[in-house]
Ligand binder design. Structure first.
Ligand code: FES
Ligand SMILES: [Fe+2]
Length: 339
């Protein structure tokens, strides 16, 4: 398949984050979208979370404006009720001598982990064979974390390549604390691409903020290692031993991806006491601005693919080439399995 990144599809046989768990109170439902599929996420009165198609079996209207009554979803239109597994449970005006229509809503496997609700939108029988990303080793006092979730209006593949190709630090030169970067190592397999860069930190404002957040003083240039992992379909970046950033992708459609981003910083020395103020400064002054630039350039690249779908690109970073190959392979394999 010839790659057109603006059109790249996604293999649904993986776990995808759908929302932050704390957005969903007991008895509440929310709408979500995975790759053009409308999904209803709700928490029943016992606290369990479920995912169903967000479209009533009667006249297909969306169900998230209805209600959750105990463990049932009630459609706002004629009040049909559905079980948590999607089975039709009741039609309020139905007489008991008649059998209910044999209809049900599609349901999806759900897990709650790392503060997120995850769904498995593909073949439900495969759900237990695929792991949900696990960051429980970072959920302790040694680390503190904050979220930087964002919507990007470009194909998810463009965002992934952006996150693996650190030579684009030119775009962020005002905010990023690195003056130089070199790719040292690359390993690709059928499910992942791992890259190791060497970065040289500078002495600017961003560098000082980064260093203070890590509890490191001094203005000297430091050589750090930056490891980027594309563990299909999600991404992890690690700077030295003290920063980890997990980016979980929810592809909404060809031109929209939600990124659930959690940054973990090892808490040591002085930064243990100042993490709140650092976080309040660091996030808006540096990280948010970097994200705005990535959203802007992602849109530019999406448009460039739409304008010039067949023009060759002069790709030079072997990581970008390896990630693109993996994305195409996964999508092609999925299409072949489906046909
Ligand atoms: S459309 Fe849902 S009950 Fe009629
Ligand atoms: Fe970036």
């Amino acid at each position: 398949m010839k790659a057109n990144l603006s059109q790249m599809g996604v293999d649904p046989n993986y776990w995808y984050p759908i929302l932050r768990e704390n957005e969903l109170a007991k008895g509440k439902s929310l709408p979500a979208v995975f790759w053009k599929k409308q999904i209803l996420i709700f928490r029943d009165q016992s606290g369990e979370v479920h995912a169903l198609e967000n479209s009533c079996a009667h006249r297909k209207v969306a169900l998230h404006t209805g209600e959750i009554r105990d463990c049932k979803v009630v459609c706002p239109y004629h009040g049909w009720e559905f079980e948590t597994d999607g089975k039709l449970a009741k039609i309020p005006y139905w007489t008991s001598d008649k059998k209910l229509p044999n209809v049900r809503l599609q349901s999806y496997p759900v897990r709650c982990r790392n503060g997120l609700v995850w769904i498995f939108p593909g073949d439900a029988e495969l759900a237990d064979t695929v792991p949900v990303p696990d960051t429980s080793s970072l959920e302790n006092k040694e680390w503190f974390s904050f979220c930087l979730d964002n919507d990007f209006y470009n194909n998810y593949s463009i965002g992934i390549i952006n996150g693996m190709d650190y030579y684009h630090f030119h775009l962020h030169r005002k905010f990023q604390p690195w003056s130089d970067i070199k790719l040292l190592n690359l390993q690709a397999s059928e499910n992942s691409v791992l890259g190791e860069y060497e970065i040289i930190s500078t002495q600017g404002r961003a560098a000082r903020l980064f260093k203070s957040i890590l509890g490191e003083g001094g203005n000297e240039k430091v050589v750090e290692s930056l490891r980027v992992h594309y563990l299909y379909p999600h991404h992890l970046a690690e700077v030295g031993e003290k920063i980890k950033v997990w980016v979980y992708f929810l592809p909404v459609n060809e031109k929209h991806v939600k990124a659930f981003i959690t940054m973990y910083i090892k808490s040591s020395g002085v930064n243990r006491f100042f993490r709140k103020p650092f976080q309040t400064l660091f996030s808006p002054l540096i990280l948010k601005k970097i994200q705005v630039q990535d959203a802007w350039i992602g849109l530019q690249e999406q448009e460039a693919w739409e304008l010039y779908p067949n023009e060759p690109r002069c790709e030079t970073n072997p990581i970008s080439i390896a990630v693109q190959k993996l994305l195409v392979q996964k999508w092609t394999n999925h299409l072949e399995k489906e046909s």
